[in-house]
Structure formats: C-alpha cells, structure tokens
Design a protein around this ligand. Structure first.
Ligand code: COA
Length: 594
C-alpha cells in the first residue's frame, strides 16, 4: 500500500504556483537567513516600575480588594528595598550577553520542563476543511501531494529564500521556520530536549509514515545510494533506538489514519479536532502518532486531514504558513514533473517489544484513554461575520473577539478571569511570545455594563470601544516587548538562578490567581479555512483558538469533562451570542448620536 506513495512523490519545486508562499528568489541565497536575524533588534527588558504599575492594573479585575492591597504593599517593598533593582540589573546583564534573554528560559519553563503529557496539554492540532476523497486510494493520492507540498516549502527553507514576514510594518524573526522540519522532542526524566537534524552534515532525506500503528521510513529525495552506503545500512543492527532515531530525524511524519467513528456534518469538525489533538484513543488512531515529533500531518481515509505539532520549537503561525502553502500547492492541478525516477521502497521500522516495554505501552494507553475521555472540544464556524464587521466599525477584529470572550465568560460565571492571549515577540531576534492580558479594568467595566438594562446603549458602546482600544494598546505594547508577564518571569528566574530567596511577590495569592488562566486563548490566522485547537491550561479552564476569516470566524473551544463547571459547547454558544450582541449593539446605536 505504501509503495504507492513512492510513485506519487515528485521532486519539489516543479509547480508554477499562483498564490503560494513565493520564494524571494529561485536559487539559493547563502547567508541570507543569518544576515536577516542579525539585523533584528534584541528583546528589551522593560523598566521595573512600568511592569510593577501595569501588574497592579492587571490584577484589579481578577483579585479581591484586600489581595490587591497586599500585593501593592509587596510591590512597594520589592521596588524600594533593593531586591527588585538587583534582579532587574541581573536581568539587564543577561540581556546584554545573550541573543535573547528570554528564549532559552521560556523554552525550558513553558515546554521542556513541563511534566504533563504533550498530548492535549501542550500540542496544538489543526483541522483542515474536509477533503473530497472517501477511500484508501484517495487518502494515498492526497498524502503524496501533501508531502510534495511540504518538500516544496522545505526548498525555500533550505535555500534561504523564504520571504521574511512582517507585523505592524516590522520584519519578524524567522528562526522558528528553521526549527520545525527534521526535528523532534526527546524525553528526559527532569527535562526534555529538542533535536533538530536539518543543520547536520547529512540532513535527513526521509519522512516517516505511520499506518495501522506501524512506522515506515520513506525516502523522499531521489539521491543515488552508493554501494558503501547500502552496505553500511545492510550491516546495521536495526534496534529500537535506530527506529526511533529514524522517526526523530525524519522531515515530517505522515499519519495515514484508519476511519474514525462517523459524525454528523455538524459534528464533523469537532470530531476531527480530537482526531488531530489525540487520535481518538487507543481503539482508534492514537497509536498512529509519534507525539514528540515536531510536525505530523494526519490524513484519514474519510477525507479528514490536519496536523498535530509539538509546541516547543515554534508557535502556531509558522506552522499555519506551512499548511497554507501546502494547501495552495495541492490545488495546482497541473503538477509538472520531471520524468519519474522511482524512490526506494518504504522501510518498515522494527521494534523489539520486551515485556517491560509492553507493560509501559499498556500504561500509556490507559493514561491516554483517560485524557481522551476527559477532553471536550467544540469547533464552530461562526457564520454571521468575520473581520469585516469590526473593521467597518474601525475596530481591531482581534480585540473585538477578545472582548466578546470576556463577555461570554462573564455571562457564564459572573466574574472576570485571568485571560491569556499569545502575543508574538518575533519582532525580536529569537522572539517567542508574551501574554496579552485580555481581562482589563476597561473590559471588566464593559462586561458588567453590557447586560445592565439601566445603562443606555450609547454608554455601552463607549465602554465597549474603550475596552477594544485598551486591548489593542496592550497588544501593541506586548508585541514591542513591553508586557509584564515574561518580565516578571525573568525577574523570578533571576532570583532562582542567584540562589537568593524568592521575593514575596512571587509567592502571593494574587500571582497564583494571575497565572491561573481560566481562558487560554490565541488567534492563529490562516488563509486556509481551518482552525487550530488546543486543550485548556488549567483543570477548570477553556482553551480557545480562532481563525478570523473575512466573513466568518472559525473557533475551537476546549474544556475538561472532569470539571463540572466548564462546558465547551456552552462556552461556544455563549461566545456566538456575545459576538452577535456586540455587532447588534454597534449597529443599533447610530453613530451620529455618539
Ligand atoms: N480599524 C480597521 N481595521 C483594523 C483596525 C481598526 N481599528 N485594527 C486592526 N485592523 C485590521 C488590521 O489592519 C488587519 O487587517 P488585515 O486583515 O488586512 O491583515 C486586521 O484588522 C487584523 O488585525 P487585528 O485583529 O488587530 O489583529 P492582528 O493581525 O494585529 O493580530 C495578534 C493581533 C495579537 C494576534 C498578533 O499581534 C500576534 O501577536 N499574533 C501571534 C499569535 C501567536 O503567536 N499565537 C501563538 C499560537 S500557538
């Protein structure tokens, strides 16, 4: 069956794309990547007082008055007693010495030291539109085209011709693109690590394919193998380590899934989301994954397709850019191929399963099945409007959606909660993310006013506009490296590295509340009509990811079934209502009267 693939994978770079990511030049530009990276500014360390003041403002809507007063006192001591200043100086010294004072720490703290399973708790999935094939043959053809699309994208990475991205007119760090192919997470007892084989002397030329829980190596480049190489392969002992290494080294993994339980048209996307996030459990396709692999494309027999990626090396946007490119590439009906030279046959990867390994697999199956049972995901296509409506009211669509989320949460729980929205720090060299705090003093004022019949619509609109503007201002501050969260983390880690006692501000209940994100959210925009999805980050929270298109918005909302207080479908529905109500509020309140 897999042999079919080898006849379908053409060489890369052979189509004439119309709207693909276009290389800046067709040939290789050696050194372009490094030159670009070096031209980027370094991530700044924000002023201490600015962060302390902004931290207090952030706490206001989410902690009690006495907690706020207590934290205010702690912050004063922190700033005036010399501890804060000493940590700030330490952090500034680190920033002068390193390319990015945060990125190594962040990789460790947010990802590699994280001891929960990456499945559901860290790795996002992406649901693509359902494709039009319904059988094994269609699945194979699609897989072959998709692999070809990935290799086409890889050419731009290898040749350093990938166009530089921009945000707010500023060139962005492109480092993450160079980290996601041919890489994998490696487990460790205390901390994991990431390997990337693309820069080695002999970069990999194979992908791994997994079908029926069996892994195969598939060479995707037609490179003549010398007898010496074949001989050394021949005499190698195929141990488990080698099989694992083959998976780790592979450019990507392609998971050819068995059919999942049938779902109605309405339920399809939600069912596909769990297929992407965890595979559906040991009965279905969870065994058809290598969850540490950075990028796994998933293709079911029933037309379902998507991606799961291990989060440590990159955020969603570069992954989505790659997906957009692959999807556009596959739309090209005329794939002009050079004469087909057959690729080597796929090799099945062998594993020697000892009783101890079997036992471990059984335990892993049980754990995974518990997580599968616990995760509730609802994917919705919000049909009423997309970016068009906020834009027509001269509002940032992202801020509009975030305030709608605040309203939805408030309507369900009658409180505001700590809310995380990812902000890109890629304007800076090796930049990852900071947090946009969507629950603000202004958003709290607005959500409390919205359903208060004693308040006039004109006043509600004014409060809404202020909350939206405030959100956009926070976003601008965050993407320019001036948000509070990574700075506070940096101060805390400096204290830990200095082996001094941890300042009280980090042991305060306000700090714990500020980091308990009942709403963990992210916008991952795509040209493809898809949506990324991820699990909640706290047991009683929601994960909300969205792709705002021009005239509709795709949302993926997740929650845990084990928490009685949360419900993904209810949150999704409340969010839909909130969005519609906000539009109606704006449209039913004539501008002239404002
Ligand atoms: N009036 C009219 N139009 C407006 C507007 C206004 N006041 N404000 C914004 N717009 C427009 C923008 O120009 C943009 O137009 P486009 O559709 O032509 O591109 C569009 O609305 C979207 O802007 P906005 O909704 O404000 O969002 P953004 O694109 O600036 O993105 C973030 C905001 C926070 C998502 C982005 O800065 C970011 O950091 N992204 C990274 C997310 C990430 O890393 N996630 C990780 C997931 S794992």
């Amino acid at each position: 069956m897999l042999g079919f693939l080898r006849t379908m994978v053409g060489k890369s770079g052979m189509v004439k794309p119309s709207c693909l990511v276009r290389p800046v030049a067709v040939t290789r530009i050696t050194g372009r990547y490094l030159a670009h990276q070096e031209s980027l500014p370094k991530l700044p360390v924000p002023p201490l007082k600015q962060t302390c003041d902004r931290y207090l403002a952030v706490l206001e809507p989410i902690v009690e008055e006495d907690e706020l007063q207590h934290t205010r006192r702690l912050l004063e001591e922190f700033q005036t007693g010399g501890v804060g200043e000493r940590l700030q100086k330490g952090l500034e010294r680190r920033a002068r010495k390193m390319e990015n004072w945060l990125s190594d720490w962040w990789l460790k703290v947010a990802y590699l030291d994280y001891r929960m399973p990456v499945v559901v708790h860290s790795s996002p999935g992406v649901v693509l539109p359902r494709m039009e094939f319904h059988d094994r043959q269609g699945q194979m053809r699609f897989a072959a085209k998709m692999i070809s699309g990935v290799l086409n994208f890889k050419t731009m990475i290898d040749n350093e011709t990938l166009p530089v991205e921009h945000l707010g007119g500023q060139a962005l760090c492109m480092h993450q693109y160079y980290q996601v192919l041919s890489s994998c997470r490696i487990p460790g007892t205390k901390s994991d690590s990431i390997v990337n084989y693309s820069q080695g002397r002999r970069p990999p030329s194979h992908i791994t394919v997994v079908h029926n829980f069996q892994f195969f190596v598939l060479d995707v480049y037609n490179r003549p193998k010398t007898w010496a190489k074949a001989y050394s392969t021949l005499i190698k002992d195929r141990t488990n380590k080698e099989s694992v290494r083959a998976i780790q080294k592979s450019i990507i993994t392609v998971c050819l899934d068995a059919p999942m339980p049938r779902a109605s048209e309405e339920q399809y996307r939600s069912r596909a989301a769990v297929q992407m996030l965890h595979g559906g459990g040991s009965r279905w396709n969870s065994g058809n994954r290598w969850f540490d692999k950075t990028i796994q494309f998933i293709i079911g027999e029933d037309g379902s397709c998507g991606v799961i990626y291990e989060h440590a090396p990159a955020e969603g946007p570069p992954i989505i850019k790659l997906i957009d490119h692959v999807v556009e590439y596959m739309k090209q009906s005329e794939m002009v191929r050079t004469p087909m030279v057959p690729l080597p046959m796929p090799r099945k990867l062998r594993f020697n399963i000892t009783p101890e390994i079997k036992n471990n697999i059984e335990k892993a199956k049980q754990n995974l099945n518990i997580m599968v049972q616990d995760l509730d995901v609802r994917v919705i296509v919000f049909p009423h409007f997309g970016k068009n409506v906020p834009k027509s009211h001269k509002m940032s669509p992202d801020a509009f959606i975030q305030i709608a989320l605040q309203l939805a949460y408030y309507r369900m729980y009658k409180v505001c909660c700590a809310t995380y929205e990812s902000a890109s720090l890629r304007m800076f060299r090796l930049g990852r993310t900071d947090t946009i705090r969507s629950a603000s003093i202004d958003s709290a004022k607005f959500v409390k006013a919205m359903d208060n019949s004693a308040i006039q619509n004109m006043e509600k609109v004014a409060l809404f506009e202020k909350a939206v503007r405030g959100h956009r201002t926070y976003t601008d501050m965050a993407i320019r490296g001036q948000a509070i969260d990574r700075h506070l983390l940096g101060l805390k880690l400096t204290a830990i590295e200095d082996l001094t006692s941890l300042p009280e501000i980090f042991m305060d209940t306000s700090y714990a509340k500020a980091l308990h994100y009942n709403l963990s959210t992210s916008q991952v925009p795509a040209k493809t009509d898809c949506v990324m999805c991820f699990g909640p980050v706290v047991p009683d929270g929601y994960g909300v990811c969205y792709n705002p298109m021009d005239e509709h918005i795709n949302f993926a909302v997740s929650a845990f079934n084990s928490c009685e207080d949360t419900n993904a479908s209810r949150m999704a529905q409340t969010l839909e209502e909130a969005l519609v109500d906000l539009r109606d509020l704006l449209e039913q309140t004539p501008k002239a009267k404002l």
